[in-house]
Design a protein around this ligand. Structure first.
Ligand SMILES: C[S@@+](CC[C@H](N)C(=O)[O-])C[C@H]1O[C@@H](n2cnc3c(N)ncnc32)[C@H](O)[C@@H]1O
Length: 298
């Protein structure tokens, strides 16, 4: 009978041999295999150290083999098979109606010790937060958990995404703090109770057309509307930055994820003074703009 660790190592070898793509919660075959095996065994995902020598029964091995086959044959990200993803230690429901949550903005909301990089940019009276392009609602939920005083609107153009976000808002019992709204960009985002936003979080569709054409199969399983940002990736961002100052309070900031598109961003907005925020992905994937910098630089 194999142990948990042996089962994970065998699964990792199969994932490697099949050439599956990573990037939806894990970055390598061993971590992906550990996720699938531990989930299949109904063990906590952080329990490998304690459970590595536990024997895996034949029936459990069969279940794991089925899950692994599905991962390899469909190329769906693991989270679509398990219907669960974790961000900063917080669990979220996920299915094919939304991208698998992995925004680096999550790290800035709260790090592993619960400290928030964004605190520096917020004021005592920060009250209204917008999570634009909310997808499964994960950034809105993390913001609500980190900043107990704030009210949040979470907006998305996709009915499907909002349906998934509703599941997560309910899962974390945040219905009183997070309002879900359907909006194309900022069109329906007018502030909260007559007051503008103090903080806007946004992980928009930003992948440029050339990169879209070269995406691994795992990314093609995600809704295209979540990723595709037009020829230079800036189709959503251009009108957003134009419209944002009107709905931002005087000292408000916008935190924007742009992935690998820094060059395109700087070409599109050459006069904008962006503050690049360090995350585990480096220092050019997430930027911060003050309302003043938008007014001066556009
Ligand atoms: C990259 S996903 C981000 C989802 C989530 N915030 C996260 O980080 O996992 C982008 C989201 O933007 C939404 N979206 C695309 N175009 C939009 C638009 N014009 N207005 C509002 N939301 C839009 C998509 O439906 C998708 O949920």
């Amino acid at each position: 009978m194999s142990t948990v660790l042996q089962t994970i190592e065998e699964a990792a070898a199969q994932l490697e041999a099949a050439g599956v793509g990573f990037g939806h919660g894990t970055t390598n075959a061993f971590d992906e295999a550990a996720w699938l095996v531990l989930w299949s065994l109904k063990l906590p995902l952080d329990s490998l150290d304690f459970e590595q020598n536990r024997p895996v029964a034949a029936t459990e091995s069969s279940q794991i083999a089925i899950l692994l086959r599905a991962r390899i044959d469909t190329r769906k990200p693991a989270a679509y098979l398990t219907k669960e993803a974790w961000l900063q230690g917080v669990p979220f429901y996920v299915d094919e109606r939304v991208i698998v949550p992995r925004s680096f903005i999550a790290e800035l909301i709260a790090d592993a010790d619960g400290q928030s990089t964004l605190d520096y940019w917020l004021r005592e009276d920060t009250q209204n937060v917008l999570d634009l392009c909310t997808g499964n609602g994960s950034l809105a939920v993390l913001a609500a958990l980190t900043f107990p005083e704030v009210q949040i609107q979470a907006a998305d153009i996709s009915h499907d995404a909002l349906a998934v976000a509703a599941i997560n808002v309910k899962k974390h019992a945040l219905q009183n703090r997070i309002e879900l709204i359907r909006s194309d960009g900022l069109a329906q985002c007018h502030g909260i109770q007559g007051k503008p936003y103090d903080l806007i979080l946004c992980n928009p569709p930003y992948v440029n057309s050339a990169s879209m054409a070269a995406l691994p199969a795992e990314y093609l399983a995600e809704p295209e509307i979540s990723l595709a940002g037009g020829a230079d990736g800036m189709d959503f961002i251009r009108p957003l930055l134009q419209a944002a100052p009107k709905v931002m309070s005087e000292h408000a900031v916008i935190v924007l994820e742009i992935g690998n598109e820094r060059t395109f961003f700087e070409q599109a907005f050459p006069r904008l003074e962006a503050i690049w925020l360090e995350t585990s992905a480096g220092h050019d994937q997430v930027l911060l703009l003050t309302r003043d910098s938008l007014l001066r630089g556009l």
